[in-house]
Design a protein around this ligand. Sequence first.
Ligand code: KIV
Ligand code: ZN
Length: 514
Amino acid sequence: MSIPTEQDRVLIFDTTLRDGEQSPGATMTHEEKLEIAEMLDEMGVDIIEAGFPIASEGDFNAVKEIAQRSKDAVICGLSRANFKDIDRCWDAVKHAGKPRIHTFIGTSPLHREIPGLSQDAMADLIHETVSHARNLCDNVQWSPMDATRTEHDYLCRVIEIAIKAGATTINIPDTVGYTAPRESADLIRMLIERVPGADEVVFATHCHNDLGMATANALAAVEAGARQIESTINGLGERAGNTALEEVVMALKVRNDIMPFSTGVDTTKIMSISRRVAQVSGFPVQFNKAIVGKNAFAHESGIHQDGMLKNPQNFEIMRPEDIGLAESSLPLGKHSGRAALKAKMKGLGYELADNQLADVFVRFKELADRKKEVFDEDLIALMGDGTDTANDRIKVKFLRVICGTEAPQSADLTLTVDGVDNQVTATGDGPVDATFNAIKNLFPHTARLNLYQVHAVTEGTDAQATVTVRMEEDGKIVTGLSSDTDTVVASAKAYVNALNNLIVRREKTKPEGV
Ligand code: KIV
Ligand code: ZN
């Protein structure tokens, strides 16, 4: 049975754990997926696409456990157009109070060529697979992948077949981020007008951001009659990502005068989930990202600051509190206690459990000893230091580098690998190169370094550096992230963080084409 929607209610479907996790390098651990799913459920997301159960044992177990723990949200799993995928998906989602099977096939001329199916053969397959899914579950979503490049007549034909076979939601993916707002609206309007049975199902929009129009395209589709928006936290997703959940939800809230649609999302939880997703995915949020970027509520120029002091509405169209960002100028330093840190972190959007607080407090004290002032950004970077978690196989224990004008620069490094300490001294072209050579020596691997990026989190020579490292091994891309006032230490920890993520990634074996 599909979810009933009032005329003005738009369902929010989150696919951070499926489409988002498919972004190269954005692997999340089992526990991290459970945590994100719980946050999504609590913030009022209507449908959570928890993964692709056939893809790996790990994906299956994550979807199953998310389903078992779910509270209000519908839990959905993805499956290709074959019985084996659909059965596996059902085995995982059936544990939810509200399960959904999502099945898809590429319907555009280019995508029909991949399985080499004629239009008729594909239409038959759609009928068989959607019927099969519907026999298992009364909530079935069907997607014609690459819908925006599919011939209109054929698209109408296969959607009618899917509806007749029992689909309750028809999702229209702009898989390659090719459409534009007017075309996106026209397509949904045309389908609702032409397809028999369209009024009995919910139409959904799933937009990728290749031309930077994903959010605009999704909102245009809603104005034309779509009542489900598929999105991800921070816009995570394949290539340039997907429609960002926080953008559509806030756009519908702030511009309700011209887009009179509501969602069930508690917007005050946006900031905390955005930050947590950035941490666990290893994808930092760009500073000027709408809603959740570091600068989204920052005012630098004198004219803007003056205007803000007189009336925040001069330069802000939404209040920071609306997204769970408290404006607070509580200065924190080495004399501050746990309660102040906890309150400050809450103000910044982080709800810390007692064990997390204990861990962050130790790192905060270490930082406060080294820095005169601890800024909000330092604390955020501290939270983003994804290194040294209990499950990590490799940890940086000791590092000392010799650098300067006289080559060769060298690094004396001790790594703990599976609980055993190993030490080496390596040289290199600069201290970072020497450190990375030392890591390679102690933990040999064939992964290639694709990206090494450093940026200062705050100003001054005692600023924390955040280092991002991206590496690739046999097509698997992983990211590592770390922050420290010492750039070389941050680099070593980011590299080791990427290796730990690679180890997790190696354990996941996805079938071809997934
Ligand atoms: O972008 C896409 O087409 C998808 C489908 C699987 C819905 O993610
Ligand atoms: Zn997608």
